[in-house]
Design a protein around this ligand. Structure first.
Ligand code: PLP
Ligand code: COI
Length: 340
């Protein structure tokens, strides 16, 4: 066994085909045993539910190499729970949580050479997903499904790592009131692509979405939740139409229990944001990416923390959560799954 010879510090957030992926099929009301395979390609019928009506849900998680060589995963039980809930919302048979965790173990163990080394700043991104393989033509749930898990080594989601990014307030909505914003389904991302292309063309890193009902409250970005800091208090937007980010829930715990900071989880009016000291995007891919500026048409919010580096509280949160993920800081009980 030897680690792959990649330039770990410059791989970016890209797909690299690794050795093994996990596949399990659902038919006649039951999941099969599941196994690792070599072939990264999927062959399905032209009228499969995923191809016609986008019946798909997914997860994003990471495995890390610790200094002692152990390979671990961060809070995979919460991913198991979230994809279970997502599947139910999209009328798909949920993958039992123990089966999900076993699949993660198998696929990480099958790709150990691809888990970036300790200290490289990179990690192994794990992408579990379930989709409808069954044929449909009328709009209805399919009757067969596939659950797969692949991995790819990744570096920071945003070029520049922890250099502050700029968000643009989008004129589009990411989620409908009472829609699917709170579940991790591919359809939410398909409809964000046009807004995302326009955002990048305009020179910004990411869209910030406002609540679809009134467009007065902060929701989240296309691929992360957002957090703010004011007077050492961490302010976390609460909404029924945003994804319950595992990173954000962990940050709230860390802020309260490790850093002894006050946390307010509540609806946050966009109007308030100009009074905040610091901002960040948080998620598995984004980790905590500091936000230096938010642009809303011709109005700019420049956070006092600036565009050169993250502010003090975001920095402390970042150091603590990455310290826990990489084994330098003791984790709360149950947060780390030791895989190999
Ligand atoms: N919000 C959206 C829309 C996302 O795609 C993600 C990424 O998973 C998150 C939030 C962050 O969630 P988590 O911290 O569980 O990765
Ligand atoms: C993740 O953070 O895992 C996500 O799914 C977000 C995606 C934009 C890569």
């Amino acid at each position: 066994m030897a680690k792959k010879d990649l330039k770990w510090d410059s791989i970016g957030f890209n797909y690299h085909q690794t050795d093994k992926r996990y596949v399990s099929n659902y038919k006649d009301g039951a999941w099969d045993e599941g196994r690792l395979v070599d072939d990264p390609n999927v062959t399905i019928n032209e009228s499969a539910g995923i191809l016609q009506y986008c019946q798909q849900v997914f997860e994003g998680m990471k495995a890390y190499t610790w200094e002692n060589g152990e390979v671990v995963c961060f809070r995979p039980d919460l991913n198991a729970e979230r994809i279970y809930n997502s599947a139910q919302r999209i009328e798909m048979p949920p993958v039992p949580k123990e089966k999900f965790l076993d699949a993660i173990d198998q696929v990480v163990k099958g790709n150990l050479d691809w888990v970036p080394p300790y200290g490289s700043g990179a990690s192994l991104y794990i992408r579990p997903y379930e989709f409808a393989t069954g044929v449909v033509i009328g709009v209805k749930p399919a009757d067969t499904y596939q659950f797969r898990v692949f991995t790819t080594p990744v570096g920071p989601y945003y070029k520049g790592g922890v250099t502050p990014i700029v968000l643009q307030v989008s004129d589009y909505d990411r989620a409908a009131p009472h829609g699917t914003g709170a579940v991790k389904a591919g359809l939410n991302y398909a409809m964000s692509l046009h807004a995302s292309v326009l955002c990048h063309q305009a020179g910004y890193n990411e869209n910030l979405y406002l609540d679809p009902g009134t467009r007065t409250f902060v929701e989240e970005t296309g691929g992360s939740n957002v957090i703010f800091v004011k007077d050492k208090t961490v302010i976390v937007p609460k909404s029924d139409s945003i994804l319950p980010s595992i990173t954000r829930r962990s940050i709230v715990y860390i802020a309260e229990h490790y850093l002894k900071l006050k946390v307010e989880e509540r609806p946050v009016k966009f109007e308030e944001v100009k009074g905040f000291d610091e901002a960040g995007c948080c998620g598995t891919a984004a980790v905590i990416s500091p936000v230096g500026k938010i642009v809303d048409h011709d109005e700019e919010i420049n956070f006092p923390s600036g565009m050169d580096h993250a502010g003090p509280v975001i920095t402390e949160l970042y150091n603590t959560i990455t310290g826990i993920q990489n084994g330098r800081i003791e984790a709360p009980e149950g947060w780390i799954r030791h895989i190999a």
